[in-house]
Design a protein around this ligand. Structure first.
Ligand SMILES: [Zn+2]
Length: 182
């Protein structure tokens, strides 16, 4: 059956809704005593909050490393391109993290935008991999060609893994979107 107050699926024999705290008495279901307090028990709440903390941490890391060069659209870029890149990610991640903690539904839109940006970023890297400083240094020492091939594959593998895990994360949040305020 579905709880008459929060519409979450609960057992037929339930006398207490584990989602919103509504209770079943002699004359039927009664409203939960503190409906808002129930948010923390929504499915996925603790996972989403953990993700929020990770997002805020990586947002702070991006802001702290704002001047470091980035591999973007086929070359390594520094200067204002790198700074805009880091500031964009920092703003998205911190915005999403705070939104997740506060259950703001708008953070689902931020998630969609971020997914698009991460996908463009990683797919462009996979189509045109950029040499990192390390790979470039190794290329100068020709005897290390085998290591070099391995490293390039490793960087593409890392980009693929990032993309796949980001999509998994986005799908999970979308699946648990009931956590956010309507
Ligand atoms: Zn309920």
């Amino acid at each position: 059956m579905n709880c008459p107050f929060c519409a979450e699926n609960i057992r037929e024999q339930a006398k207490l809704c584990r989602f919103c705290g509504a209770t079943k008495g002699a004359d039927g279901w009664a409203a939960p005593p503190h409906p808002l307090a129930a948010a923390s028990t929504r499915p996925g709440a603790s996972t989403i909050r953990f993700c929020a903390l990770l997002l805020i941490a990586s947002g702070i890391f991006d802001a702290a490393t704002a001047t470091s060069a980035v591999a973007l659209f086929g070359s390594v870029r520094g200067g204002w391109v790198a700074i805009s890149y880091h500031v964009l990610y920092s703003a998205l991640f911190i915005g999403m993290g705070v939104g997740f903690l506060r259950r703001v539904r708008l953070s689902l839109d931020l998630l969609a935008v971020s997914t698009l940006i991460v996908a463009l970023d990683k797919i462009s890297f996979l189509i045109a991999p950029v040499e990192s400083e390390l790979v470039r240094e190794l290329r100068r020492q020709r005897e290390l060609v085998d290591v070099l091939g391995g490293l390039e594959n490793l960087e593409s593998l890392a980009a693929t893994l990032t993309l796949v895990s980001w999509c998994g994360f986005a799908l999970y949040i979308w699946w648990r979107r009931g956590y956010f305020r309507r």
